[in-house]
Ligand binder design. Structure first.
Ligand code: OGA
Ligand code: NI
Length: 216
């Protein structure tokens, strides 16, 4: 279970104690204006569009053991793993600067709480529109798996009719499952508990970009 307590609240600078509390109790938290830097957002978005144009994003698939397959009725995004930040720092400096900023959350939690996360995994994903979606799922199973999912959205001028909400299914205070829709708005960060918050991407009708970092 990934609930962690603040030991040194004074050390928190990126997140707040209240946000940590919400992540612990409700299972998810939204942080708007994460970078507060529209120039950075535009530069990241430009690099990501370049990745898409260069064809480095691949159709995301499913796998079970050695078997891999693609089923757009289950998952319709194009994606790329960005796990080796140093290898891509020169090519995509703005994307990597953003990843460093996301990872700084893990580091501040490591310093200020008993989180103790030693590993991350990162992907960039583009839902091309035309109803691309990802059916309801859980990101992690069992011990030593992902603990926290951190999503950063880059969609300027996203409209309600573009769909593409992240619908997550946390429990309310009575333990009853509820559905919460989070629009993939520019500069919005969404974090949730990878092992117990099921979620889905509702059909997107415009290009929808997100970076996901998992804290192990
Ligand atoms: C995933 C996922 C959500 C999103 O990649 O596992 O659930 O909002 N993505 O892109
Ligand atoms: Ni997921």
């Amino acid at each position: 279970m990934s609930r962690f307590q603040v030991k040194e609240a004074t050390q928190l600078q990126i997140t707040t104690e209240a946000q940590l509390e919400q992540l612990n109790t409700q299972g998810y938290v939204v942080i708007d204006h994460f970078t507060q830097d529209l120039t950075m957002l535009a530069s990241v978005r430009k690099e990501v569009e370049l990745m898409a144009a260069e064809g480095v994003l691949q159709q995301a698939g499913m796998s079970k053991g050695e078997t891999k397959w693609v089923d757009k009725a289950v998952r319709g995004d194009m994606h790329l793993w960005l796990n080796d930040r140093d290898r891509i720092r020169l090519e995509w400096p703005n994307v990597v600067a953003l990843l460093d900023k996301m990872d700084a959350i893990r580091q501040e939690w490591n310093a200020a709480t008993d989180f103790q996360s030693q590993q991350t995994q990162t992907q960039i994903a583009c839902y091309p529109g035309e109803g691309a979606k990802y059916v309801r799922h859980l990101d992690a199973f069992g011990q030593n798996s992902r603990r926290i999912t951190v999503l950063y959205y880059m969609n300027v001028n996203w409209q309600p009719e573009d769909g593409g909400c992240l619908r997550c299914y946390p429990n309310d205070e009575n333990g009853k499952e509820i559905a919460v829709d989070v629009e993939p708005l520019a500069d919005r960060l969404l974090m949730f508990q990878s092992r117990w918050v099921e979620h889905e991407v509702l059909p997107a009708f415009a290009r929808r970009y997100a970076i996901t970092m998992w804290f192990y």
